[in-house]
Write a protein that binds this ligand. Structure first.
Ligand code: SF4
Length: 246
């Protein structure tokens, strides 16, 4: 595993659990709003943290932590992720995986192996808009396959869309409609928060996002959760934190 960072303690990344967050290097998308560029663009990569350092840290925190979140970058691009998750599981941790959904065959294998307890998948836009939003020659079909698989899997999950100025209200509603048609029941709108160096004004208008959320909530189309994150100025957006090896 190419590991670019470790957040030693998080109360927000794994719903209901105290967790550590492992950040992997490498992603096949280039989303314009990405907060974790140090994990996406190879020329920004730092020296990877040795895997045994991470595993040793986790082994020593079993009394404090309940879960481990693996995020990135895109974790499913890591060829040895299954082996890594087995090591983490062997320590007794619950595991959450964050993914962009572009590798359904690998996701299916991990879910089938019983190594994943919770999946958070980005469903970034209506499928027809994936090439714009991801700035990659993206075939969105695998994303739809992943979303459907997760919805049908029976494991805990959430789908989430980062709302930024490049998505219109109609795009969000179209996104939601695609998810509802797949039977997705848990959905979050994440409001883009500007960060240093993002260059253009990507922030959406808060009232519009809140109105969208209210609309989706009142429609009842997502039966478990229809949530909103970062809805007011001053709330905290999780950011990639620099490598911690001690
Ligand atoms: S998929 Fe995630 S990590 Fe990859 S570029 Fe997009 S926002 Fe960044």
């Amino acid at each position: 595993m190419r590991i670019g960072g470790l957040q030693k303690l998080s109360l927000i990344d794994f719903p209901g659990l105290v967790s550590a967050v492992v950040f992997v290097q490498g992603c096949n998308f280039r989303c314009v709003y990405c907060h974790n560029r140090e994990l996406v663009y190879p020329h920004l990569f730092r020296e990877p943290i040795p895997e045994d350092v991470i595993l040793s840290f986790l082994d020593g925190r079993k009394e404090v932590l309940d879960g481990v979140v693996v995020t990135g970058g895109e974790p499913l691009l890591q060829p040895d992720i299954e082996r890594f998750l087995r090591e983490v599981r062997r320590m007794g941790y619950r595991i959450k995986l964050d993914t962009n959904g572009s590798r359904p065959e690998r996701l299916e294998a991990l879910i089938g192996s019983g190594l994943v307890d919770y999946v958070a998948m980005d469903y970034k836009a209506p499928l027809r808009r994936y090439p714009d939003v991801t700035a990659a020659a993206t075939d969105a079909a695998p994303v739809a396959v992943s979303a459907q698989m997760i919805a049908d899997s029976g494991i805990h999950y959430e789908m989430r869309t980062t709302v930024f100025s490049g998505l219109k209200e109609s795009d969000i509603l179209e996104t939601a409609a695609e998810l509802v048609s797949m039977g997705v029941e848990s959905y979050y709108l994440q409001v883009f928060r500007p960060f240093s160096g993002c260059g253009v004004d990507l922030a959406p208008e808060y009232p519009v996002v809140e109105a969208l959320h209210e609309y989706l909530l009142s429609s009842g189309c997502f039966r478990q959760v229809c949530g909103i994150r970062n809805s007011a100025p001053g709330t905290v957006t999780r950011r990639f934190s620099a490598a911690v090896t001690g």
